[in-house]
Design a protein around this ligand. Structure first.
Ligand code: XLS
Ligand code: NI
Ligand code: NI
Length: 476
């Protein structure tokens, strides 16, 4: 027995060394021998990282899933179909760790620090290796994250076409953009806004950028297109014609709807609310504000919302509140999965690791029947101090596992049924003849006054908040 084991071990070693000597690791490292400096790079960007597998909750391996088991069926659907995870190109491949007080801290081995076209293509290859190793089939991008700005709009478009052609090839048959978007906030021309700029030339430029970004998203088989109005807002109302700016935003979005139909793009258009940062006041403040705006301008049937958890807390709401507001208005289209920090007052875009929070999020997702054709986009970045290549994987694995735990917990809550029962009981006084009349809008004040006189002082039951919290907690 021992001899056989030894033999197996020995032959294993032999074949391992054979593989190692015939196919030397060819890391996509700028300093490495394999680097031809060309954009046609085919080496490995993450040679130390294997394909990430599900190993179950008892695994201690940081490069494995403990809870996210893509093909496991929960509540009638595979986990991967509930989640529809996506990675955010801008954080994962353009995030440098720089902050307003400090220089970049991340120097990935494949980066030459330039914004060249060759570098853009190299990064795109890294993106797809990352997606495949992580087992994620979706990615999100801004036009200017993936390809450099040119000297003219035509040159920028040509750069974008070149990188997009490579992305299309690398996507293969499985990977698609969850969404694309136009970056309408970084360039100085957008300092007064894009669709809400005081300059008509900027409005036109932004329109041209959205037109092109929507075309390439469509070409890549993208399922949604996002509008985050980072600079659509104001710094002071003293110099701002708010009505005119909002009217312009609406005409811009209507033109985007028309363009979408013209090019035959069937994806969902999504507005991503955020209350402030970088402006003092952003027009798409929160889900309710965006819903009201869409309704006022007759755009309701054309847009849904992309709710970002960190934006929710910046607007003074919980993520759950924003998700439920979107959901009950038929507007929940996508989630930018991240979280803020209770002590830092800005958009820290951290990976979500709070299981209670993840459970609340999944409650909304399940009530919504899922998010498709939207999904969960990890609009989240590594901390400035996290500088190892493996940290990129660990962060995403942890975020995916956290949401998977949320899904398991919701399944437990639904199976248990007592939380739903508590809510049902709370409103049961409306499950009566008079309640039905009220809910049908058929109870006028005369009738209600008559009832109030007849019934006398109403009895008012306990809200059972602590019990609701206890039930919720027991599922975590
Ligand atoms: C910034 C936003 C941005 C959008 C895409 O706060 O979250 O990243 O998701 O433009
Ligand atoms: Ni976002
Ligand atoms: Ni954000």
């Amino acid at each position: 027995m021992k001899a056989i084991l030894l033999l197996l071990l020995y032959s294993g070693l032999v074949s391992f060394t054979a593989i190692a000597s015939t196919s030397p690791t060819c890391p996509a490292n700028l300093a490495g021998d394999c680097n031809g400096g060309s954009d046609g790079w085919e080496g490995e960007f993450f040679p130390e990282i294997p394909k990430i597998k599900y190993e179950g909750p008892s695994s201690k391996n940081p490069l494995s899933f403990k809870w996210y088991n893509a093909n496991e069926v929960i509540l009638g659907k595979k986990m991967k179909d509930w989640m529809r995870f996506s990675i955010a190109f801008w954080h994962t491949f353009r995030g440098t760790g720089a902050d307003p007080f400090g220089a970049p801290t991340k120097f990935w081995p494949w980066e030459d620090g330039s914004n060249s076209l060759a570098m853009a293509k190299r990064r795109m290859r890294a993106n797809f290796e990352f997606l495949k190793k992580l087992g994620v089939d979706r990615w999100c991008f801004h036009d200017r994250d993936i390809a450099p700005d040119g000297k003219t709009l035509a040159e920028s478009n040509a750069n974008l076409d070149e990188v997009v052609a490579l992305a299309k090839e690398l996507q293969g048959s499985k990977i698609r953009p969850l969404w694309g978007t136009a970056q309408l906030f970084l360039h100085p021309r957008y300092m007064h806004g894009a669709a809400t700029s005081s300059e008509v030339g900027v409005y036109a430029y932004a329109a041209a950028q959205v037109k092109k970004a929507m075309e390439v998203t469509h070409y890549l088989g993208g399922e949604n297109f996002v509008f985050w109005g980072g600079r659509e807002g104001y710094q002071t109302l003293l110099n701002t014609d708010m009505k005119r700016e909002l009217d312009h935003l609406a005409t811009f979005l209507q033109a985007a709807v028309n363009w979408k139909k013209k090019v035959g793009f069937n994806g969902t258009l999504l507005i991503e609310p955020k209350p402030q940062e970088p402006t003092k006041h952003q027009y798409d403040w929160d889900a309710a504000t965006a819903a009201g705006f869409l309704q006022k301008y007759g755009l309701s049937g054309e847009f849904k919302l992309n709710i970002e958890c960190n934006h929710a807390t910046l607007s003074g709401h919980s993520c759950h509140h924003e998700l439920e507001t979107a959901r009950i208005n038929g507007l929940l289209g996508n989630i930018d999965a991240n979280t803020g920090d209770p002590q830092i007052g800005w958009d820290t875009d951290q990976f979500l690791t709070d299981i209670g929070e993840a459970t609340l999020i999944m409650l909304s997702v399940i009530r919504n029947g899922g998010l498709a054709p939207g999904g969960f986009n990890f609009d989240a970045k590594l901390r400035r101090e996290s500088t190892d290549v493996e940290d990129i994987f660990i962060a995403h694995i942890s975020g995916m596992d956290t949401l998977a735990r949320g899904l398991h917990n919701v399944a437990k809550l639904i199976e248990d049924g007592s939380l739903a029962e508590l809510v049902r009981k709370r409103y049961q006084s409306f499950d009566t003849e008079i309640g039905a009349l009220i809910e049908a809008g058929k109870a006028d004040f005369d009738l209600l006054e008559k009832k109030a006189m007849e019934w006398g002082e109403p009895t008012v039951a306990s809200a059972k908040q602590e019990l609701a919290e206890m039930i919720f907690q027991s599922a975590l």
